[in-house]
Design a protein around this ligand. Sequence first.
Ligand SMILES: *Cc1c(COP(=O)(O)O)cnc(C)c1O
Length: 328
Amino acid sequence: MTLHIETPLINSRALSLRTGRTVLLKLEGLQPGGSFKLRGVGFACEEHKHRGARRFVTASGGNAGYAVAYAGRELGIPVTVVVPQTTSERARALIRGEEAEVIVHGASFGESNDHALSILRDGDAYLHAFDDPLLWEGHATMVEEIARQTERPDLLVCSVGGGGLLAGVIEGLRRVGWSDIPVLAVETAGANSYDQALKAGEPVTLPKIQSVATSLGANKVTARIVTLAKEHQIRNCLVTDAEAIQGSVTLLEEHRLLSEPACGASVAALARVPEYFPDAQRIVVIACGGVGTTSQQLLEWSDFYRLECDPLTASHSDEVNSLESQQS
Ligand SMILES: *Cc1c(COP(=O)(O)O)cnc(C)c1O
């Protein structure tokens, strides 16, 4: 038994018709905890329990914190989640609803993370949101499932925040003998820490994050995915916030799934496939989910951006073109 569940892989008729390719969606938003995070977090928490941990401590007001809270309750281990003041009331309530202790500390993730590290005592296990090989091992199960659910795809598409998901996806591709399948790694333009890292050849710290896709807002990616870019065919791309929101709207309207723009970004990136992977016919998009966005918020955003254009047919903006990395 694992804490995560096996999620459906569905053939999206709507996205297939729009792209003229076969688009499969791995529905990770259906995980308990609302995102793929539970795969890695669940695996890591079970491992830490095994090693004798008596408390789980993490610093994330987002899906990672929520997944740790869920895992702790399921495993009967107390959880403390340190969140910055910017974390919404709703997110705090969700985490408390899993019986975790929420400590509000600091103005930024960095400050709450420092605090989380400072309160660690004997018997505590600290859970990172993305930079931990245990997480990547857990995330990799997603690709093992995909290999059981469908024949070999030509391309995988996933979003990148700190890079835990991408590292796990590549680990999974290796496990199932699909090391030669390329990955399109997607960020929003205002959360382009991977793009910058690839350009610099090492992780760099972004001075600030400016994107509605808050789950992609890691200032600095794990060095692991910079290394992996040398070993695996990874093409990174950027989408605008408006495109990411449109991606989430598409998931809602076509598949009745609510998701964060962090997830919608990967759907929006299908528009880049003709340019980067013209021969890819069979495409798996990791619909990574996320509990941070309400339907109301999604409506307000689409109103704000006056979304009417379809990102799958619209040509992308000059802003993104100029930001995008030219490495291949
Ligand atoms: C965490 C998260 C991401 C980014 O994952 P990383 O491992 O940080 O790259 C993307 N989407 C959602 C919904 C997330 O919760």
